[in-house]
Each structure stands twice: as structure tokens, then as C-alpha cells.
Write a protein that binds this ligand. Sequence first.
Ligand code: ACM
Length: 532
Amino acid sequence: MIPRPRLLRHLSGSYELTSGAIVSGPAELAGAVLAALPGLDLRPGDAGAIDLRLDPDLGPEAYQLVVGSRGVEITAGGRAGAFYAGQTLHQLLPDGSYRFSPGASWSVPGVRVEDGPRYSWRGLHVDVARHFFPKREILRLIDLMAVHKLNRLHLHLVDDQGWRVESRAYPLLHEVASHRPRTASNYYHEPESYDDLPHGGYYTLDDLAEMAAYARAREVVIVPEIDVPGHASAILAAYPSLGPTGEPFEVLDRWGISPAILSPLPPTVEFLTTIFDELIGALGETPYFHIGGDEVVLDHWAASPEIDAYRESLGMSSMGPLHAWFLRRLADVLAERGSRAVVWDEAFVSGELRHDTVVMPWRGMEVGRRAAAAGHDVVATPVFPLYFDYAEAASPDEPMAIGDTITVADVAAFVPAPDGWPDEERSRIIGAQAQLWTERIPDARTLDYRTWPRACALAEVTWSGSSGADFTERLEAHLGRLDALGVEYRPSDGPRPWQRRRPHRPGVIPVAAVMERLDHSTHDAESTRPSV
Ligand code: ACM
């Protein structure tokens, strides 16, 4: 079983669960079990094969599950607990239960399970800006997350290479900024080359509403990200007046860090307030809203007399604190709408944030620990081992990756909140999240390959707290479920011939060297970085 339950005891006997079996108990809990086992054609009713009870003392995501010869008994702390009990029950059935199999009947072994998550944030991030993934792929990913008890889907909706959501107030965003005429195909330090194929796409607000409702029914919260003020080429291609200079930009067709940045002046805050209202209006309840804050190049702010005067009027000595001030303003706007801001760690390093802002330390857990010590909730997102755009092996057989190497074992060994940290800091680590940046992930088949089975290890770490000694064996068995679900995961001995794609360049970008450079840069908020 993945993730490993807190307690699992095998009992004698078994129960035959048949298609059309009755689920009884509080309607909300029964609905959750039906949602977790969609292929079984279960029906709500009185006194059934699966009997549910609510015990709020367990905590909202926790549950107990007993399978005996007379049926299945579930005690859940809330709807989420009932949903996860359903997922655990599903994993007790044969792999075939993950296939469409109308009329099937499944033998469930007798067990007693007591379970609940170690961390509340068990996340996957998908960059839909560098490459767009249509709604159907996001819905499928939500289904796969639910199987693994992952519960936060962070959608990176804008970057230099594209804007990915309809705006009725600012329609040039989806009309102009949602596509580019071509995409760079060369690797680092190689001569520039392009594919000369248009790439683009965006979610309508109706799509976004559907994705959020679909996610909610599976206990997944969508965390939208509008990454500002940097990474702004696409926004400025649509609305150049939001930039410090008003000069025109194009949706970028190559990778790297661009100097494009939004102005921090009041019209930008007004623009973003309208965007937040449109997105939250579509998503519905949005407990977390990511506002980026990473990889800002402040040169265009410094070169603008208007922005410089604004900085001076706020009593700030440099542009770094103005960056933090701008994000704090946006966090206040979000708070008025019931959303907590989430930021990448540069925002924390650059100055004072709202106290309730959640920090994602991508440049390493040292800066994450500093954010925790300063009282911020922290979601562990370090490049190593949680950037799943790195190859699983330093081999030209791998599909071309951003760098190498991050293995399943690396992810399984990750400890978000190490024992040696003080309790105040450990308690601020609310979970962990894997990042799927998509410069080198051009399509959904490659996304499957990069996500699975590393995300199985992430699920184990975030739900169970750490991977169990038998994780490798359980993962081997779990692959049968992924096969039945049609997941094109990476086999443990490397890619199948058709999964190789364009050859990776091993050793050009070793992850250890990246981590060393990033850790160094966290000590200097305004360090200059290579730009496009
Ligand atoms: C990041 O990788 N720029 C968050």
C-alpha cells in the first residue's frame, strides 16, 4: 500500500465486495467513499456492505477501517477521512479494480487500519506556462493525486513564455499572451535552435471552475499562481503599460531569467486585484493563492525615476524591500478575499512579508528553516530532491531534462522537518511539494514519466512522515495499479525505447552544483543572476 498507513493489521477472513454494494452512514461521508471508488457502482442506502460513522475527534483527514467477514466499517474524522478510507479500501482490492470492469466482484482481505497524515500540505506543482497542459490532463492528474492522498495542486499559470487563463477584464492576456510562435529546442551552451511550431492554450474561467470543483470532490485544493512581479514577458506582451518603461515585450520563445518585470506602482496592484477577483470568482473558495516573487531582476525598477521616487516616498533604502512591500500589498488584497498568500523564498529574503504568508523554499531547506524561525508556515520545495524536471539518471537514454540526478530513492529519503531542528521550526513545516517545471516537459506523456513513480515517494513522505523500510517492495507492487490506471511511469531500470525522446545531456547541469549555487544566493537578496 502507498502511502503506508500508520497502522495496518491483517485479520483472518475476507469480504466479497460486489458491484452495486450499499454504503450506509452520513450522506457526506458516503458520498466521499463513492467518489473514491468510482468503478464499483456503489450506492448509498441503509445498512450496507460499507458502514460509515463520523468521529470528529480523529481529525478531518484521519480514519479507521475494519474489514471483516460481515463487511467494511469505516470511522472517519470528516469527509476527507472518509475519502482516504475509500482510497485505502481500493488499494486492498486487486489491481484490476483500477480498470473499468462493470459488474465485477472483489475479495477484500480482513484488516484493521488506523491512519491519518503527518503533513497537511501534500503537493504537486505543474508549470502550465512553459508548456500548456489541457484541462483533461489536469483532471486526470487530480485523479492520480487522489489515489496517493496528495491534496494540493499548485498551477503555475503565468511565466515569461505564456499566460494560461481567460480574463474578461483584460482579454489581451488570453488573446495575445497565451501563445508563442516557436520554442527553443537547444540545450544549455549549445547553438540556439527553434522548433518553429506555435505553442499555446489557456483555461477558460469555466474550465477553472470545473477543475476546482473536480479537485474539491477528490479532497484536492487548487493553488493558483500568478507569478509577479518578475517572469512578466507574457503579461507585458499584452499590456506593456504595466511595466516600468512601457516598452513592448514578446511572449518569450526561450528559457532563462528575463529582465521583464511589472511596475510596483498602484495601477499594477489594481490590475492584479481584478485578476485575483476573476480567478477566485471562478475557483470558489481559494484558501491559498501563490503570488510568485522568485527570480526578480530589479534593474528596470532602479532605472525608472517614477519607481525610484515611489521607493523613496515609502522610506525604503533599496529596491529589495520594495519587492517585499509590493507582495505584502498583494497579500493584504488576498486576505480581504479569504486567501493566504504563498511565495517563493526570494520574497522572504527581500524583506518583511505578511506574517501569515506561506513560504516555499526552492533554493534549499536552510532558507526554509530561516522562514520557519521567522514564524512563517513553510512548504518544503527544495530543488533537491523535489524538482521532478531533473532526470532520474545521468544518461543520454533519459528524455532531455533540465539537469540530473534525482531518483525515487532520493525523494523517499527526504525529511521535510529534520529531528535536529527546534520544535518551533519543525512545527512550521506544514508539508512538502514536488515541482514539475515544464521547459523540458513538452507533453502529457513526458509529464507522466517525470511524475511517476517519484510522486509515489513524495506521497509516502508527506502522508506517512517518512518512507518505510519496505517502500521499494511496496512500490514494485503499486506499479501494477499504475499500469491498470494507464500511467506511463518511468520503469526502475530506465525508459522504454519510446520514452527516450530527445537524448538527455548527462552531467551538464548536476543538481549538486545547482544546490550549492542556490544556497549561496539565499544569503544575498539582490544577487545578480544570469538573464536572457
Ligand atoms: C523557481 O524555481 N524559480 C521557483
